[in-house]
Design a protein. Structure first.
Length: 142
């Protein structure tokens, strides 16, 4: 499972995490990849992804704008929704999740968050931008 951490504006998240002994210790079994907008890393499972996010929560609050988990090649979800998928027996991953938003990434930051209706398509990225589809909980919808 891939975790993406979107850094707050004008921060080099990769350098921050590798310069701290505490975060290096939490990341010792992973290989963070530096991206223009933050970092990505691969974990073995949803549970290990959530555990790592929990271990890094101080850094996330201070240096990360958003963290998302990739649950399929084109779809990401918030850590809160992933936690509910893992622990709540009433919620399961469905092919069409009704609560979705789009993150538009331009350069090094998230420039827009757009709530999407059930049948609404993702916006097309402009040149030099990326679009992430993010499933979320109702309280995270925007």
């Amino acid at each position: 499972m891939r975790i993406t951490f979107f850094a707050k504006e004008n921060l080099n998240l990769y350098n921050i995490l590798v310069s701290s002994e505490t975060s290096r210790d939490a990341l010792k079994f992973y290989r963070p990849t530096e991206e223009i907008y933050g970092i990505t890393l691969i974990t073995g499972s949803l549970g290990s992804s959530l555990a790592l996010i929990s271990e890094l929560r101080w850094y996330i609050r201070r240096y990360v704008e958003e963290a998302v988990l990739q649950i399929s090649p084109e779809i990401h979800c918030t850590p809160l929704l992933a936690q509910r998928f893992l622990y709540d027996k009433d919620i399961s991953v469905q092919p069409e999740w009704p609560l979705r938003k789009a993150y538009i990434i331009e350069g090094r930051k998230i420039t827009k968050r757009i709530a999407l209706n059930r049948n609404e398509n993702l916006p097309l990225p402009s040149e030099g931008s990326l679009v992430f589809e993010v499933w979320c909980t109702e309280e995270e919808l925007l």
